[in-house]
Design a protein around this ligand. Structure first.
Ligand code: ATP
Ligand code: MG
Length: 714
């Protein structure tokens, strides 16, 4: 296929670029992702071996799509396409031992991490310190994303009397120690460890820089400091880095994403080529008008042109309902109509919510009208108890030091080992610096165990030995055998009808997932299977079956597109989220999130809110989202079904967009001189080159200077 035929001149320019850094800065739906795939194909056709190319995205779903698209252009491409986390997991399997990490390390997901944090709070007698484990968890995650180790975190924030930071600091330190003892890493560590590796091992950095000659990153606006540092470190000798992004779609600030990464790209990579795409191919004129009008209310942004040759399309609908139940019913029946009379299929329709808790009401409305649907981001398959239990066996097989996995597996099925016995075993293990599994083997020496617990522990250790002998079998085989030998499948099969049946079905589903994995990755080991399932995010499990309405959060919708989009629950406290209410920067991020939702729609966009909402057990009057007052006048069709005094949606007072706060960008570039750490310094290669160049931009107020927060990179 001709790679250039159906591209605009600007897209063509980006696709044909080969050597040197390039920034593709463009609005929603303008073909950034298309440019990335085509460019990869172009590089390969120009004779660059696929294994020297790295294409990074943010969800496995996006990665999967990209892999397929590239394969359809150049079969057997050999390009590594994946998420940052998957890349890091792979690099750590290969090189982790250089920083003291076992090759067989376990990856802890969020629930594992919370478990460890709770246990550390217990251990440090801080359970009653008035800081919720979830709060500690997010603070630790944030610190890691900002690349602050426990010591730095403590020295920076721990003293000075801030109680919460002091607690977080202590837990952070003990938590890291726990992970180290268990040879485990959490999601954030995957990135942070790779940064350390690249920073400390110059030879390796250079080798990887050379291995990945060409790097492409989609959605660069959502990279955090660690991701930035990784890409930076791999693009020193061969700065053939191409990033695409849209600052108006930056929605992960709360998770440490740093908008400056994209805004400063030209500054970081002097002489880089900048391509702007200004034509939207996705949405109707009306949808684009609404999107543009809303986002112009953000002050910290650079205005940009985005037009489309697509038709005007239907007006955007804004509907008002009396209650959340009415809203869900109305959305469901509208969807039924769209499919019956509008020529759409269920798979072309998506409903976006701000928080996952809102999906439940829509699920029941869909069920009542027999509308097929899929929830993305709810309790997903791999988070189900029985599946996690089975996976815990695998983790423990790979990594006998993994105490979290031990604690899960040891009583799945119940082996008569109570909490007291496990506590005793745990202190026995801790006193001797042994993993719990090793201590279980020696259960006879642990004081104070019941005979039942003692024999249960011994049996469990023997079972693990038996399973260990299978470790070089296929993933499917190992899982099948462990479910059988442990008696875990049998345990659920014997439970009364209903619950047990479901769980057995899920366990069987896990076996088929493993079989599928073995087929797709004939060379892979059970370790690879584990990494794959732990890293597969909610979006990945969303299958393009064509036949089901997609119900998902706005965050998960990034990068996707649907002919018909509903954005529901447009009320104060939901969107914008209540936590953003007193903070301008966060409010702007909520507005960008709304913008991302709007720009997913190709043909029809329907917005709604209700007058009264029951949420988390509370019934209260719901105030329309302030963003609704920011919709433009023309392209909106109002529909008030709340049955309240004629006033309806008109009570939404309109507000005009505000002029941008920042000066217009300098011609030919988007940089705004500010403190910035450059590669050599970031990699500890001498030549500290962070230097103030002109006045710091307004964006510094938005995200405080890196230099101040991260002296270790200065
Ligand atoms: P987002 O910012 O939402 O990630 P994007 O900039 O990555 O959007 P794409 O998803 O690459 O945009 O493209 C949006 C849609 O427009 C896709 O359906 C794509 O196939 C289509 N498209 C892009 N460029 C062209 C073109 N030159 N001709 C026809 N269709 C195009
Ligand atoms: Mg895209």
């Amino acid at each position: 296929m001709d790679l250039f035929r159906d591209l605009t001149p600007a897209q063509r320019e980006a696709v044909s670029h080969v050597d040197g850094p390039m920034l593709v800065l463009a609005g929603a739906g303008s073909g950034k992702t298309r440019v990335i795939t085509r460019r990869v194909a172009h590089l390969i056709r120009s004779g660059i071996p696929g294994r020297r190319i790295l294409a990074l995205t943010f969800t496995n779903k996006a990665a999967g799509e990209m892999r397929e698209r590239i394969a359809s252009l150049v079969p057997d491409h050999g390009v590594w396409v994946g998420t940052f986390h998957a890349l890091c997991a792979r690099l750590l399997r290969e090189f982790g031992p250089r920083i003291g990490l076992d090759r067989g390390f376990t990856i802890y997901d969020q629930s594992d991490r919370l478990r460890v944090i709770k246990s550390v709070l217990d251990q440090l007698d801080l359970s009653d310190a008035g800081v919720a484990p979830e709060k500690v968890e997010s603070a630790i995650s944030r610190a890691k994303n900002d690349m602050l180790d426990p010591e730095t975190f403590l020295s920076r924030r721990g003293d000075g009397g801030d109680h919460v930071s002091a607690v977080v600091g202590r837990v952070y330190k003990a938590y890291q120690l726990r992970l180290l003892e268990s040879a485990a890493v959490d999601f954030d560590d995957l990135l942070v460890h790779v940064v350390s590796l690249l920073k400390e091992d110059r030879e390796l950095r250079a080798r990887l820089d050379d291995r990945y000659r060409y790097i492409l990153v989609d959605e660069y606006q959502d990279t955090n400091l660690a991701q930035y540092a990784i890409v930076r470190a791999l693009s020193v000798d061969a700065p053939n880095l191409c990033v695409t992004g849209d600052p108006d779609q930056s929605i992960y600030g709360w998770r440490g994403a740093n908008l400056n990464n994209i805004l400063e790209f030209e500054h970081d990579y002097p002489g880089c080529k900048v391509v702007r795409l200004e034509r939207n191919y996705r949405s109707t004129k009306n949808i684009l008008r609404v999107a543009d009008h809303v986002i112009r209310h953000n002050r910290r942004r650079k205005p940009k042109a985005l037009t489309t040759e697509n038709p005007e399309g239907e007006p955007v609908e804004l509907a008002t309902f009396a209650s959340e139940a009415d809203e869900a019913q109305a959305v469901a029946s509208t969807i039924a109509d769209l499919v019956r009379d509008g020529g759409y299929s269920f798979g072309e329709i998506a409903v976006f919510v701000r928080v996952t808790a809102l999906t439940r009401g829509f699920e029941s409305a869909f069920r009542s009208l027999a509308i097929p649907y899929q929830v993305v981001g709810g309790v997903s398959f791999y988070e189900r108890v029985e599946v996690k239990d089975a996976l815990a066996y695998l983790s423990l097989l790979n990594n006998p030091k993994d105490d979290v996995a031990f604690l899960r597996a040891v009583n799945a099925p119940p082996r008569g080992i109570g909490k007291v016995s496990l506590d005793r075993l745990q202190s026995f293990a801790r006193d001797r610096g042994l993993p719990m599994l090793a201590s279980a083997r020696d259960a006879a020496s642990v004081a104070g165990l019941t005979p039942k617990a003692r024999s249960g522990l011994r049996d469990f250790a023997l079972l693990m030995d038996e399973l260990a002998a299978l470790s070089d079998h296929s993933a499917e085989e190992v899982i099948r055998r462990l479910l059988h030998l442990s008696g875990y499948r049998e345990y659920w099969a014997k439970q009364p009808k209903g619950d047990g049946e479901d769980r057995v079905a899920n366990l069987d589903e896990l076996v088929s997932a493993a079989r599928q994995f073995d087929l797709e990755h004939p060379e892979a080991t059970i370790l690879d299977f584990l990494a794959d399932v732990t890293l597969s995010s909610a979006v990945d499990r969303w299958k393009d079956e064509g036949g089901a309405v997609t119900l998902m959060t706005l965050h998960a919708a990034k990068g996707l597109e649907f002919p018909v989009v509903f954005i529901v629950g447009l009320e104060q406290g939901l969107l914008p989220h209540s936590r953003a209410s007193d903070n301008d920067a966060e409010l702007e991020e909520e507005r960008r999130l709304f913008f991302v939702g709007i720009t997913r729609a190709q043909k029809e966009l329907r917005l709604s809110h209700c007058r009264v909402r029951e949420f988390r057990g509370q019934r209260s009057v719901a105030i329309p989202s302030q963003f609704l007052s920011e919709l433009p006048e023309g392209p909106i069709r109002y529909r008030d079904q709340s049955g309240m005094d004629g006033e309806g949606s008109l009570s939404i007072r309109r507000s005009a967009p505000r002029p941008p706060e920042r000066p217009e960008p300098r011609p030919g570039g988007i940089s705004s001189g500010r403190f910035r750490v450059t590669t050599a310094a970031a990699l500890g290669q001498g030549g500290a080159s962070a230097s103030p160049e002109g006045p710091a931009s307004d964006l510094d107020a938005f995200r405080p200077g890196l230099l101040v927060l991260h002296p270790q990179y200065g």
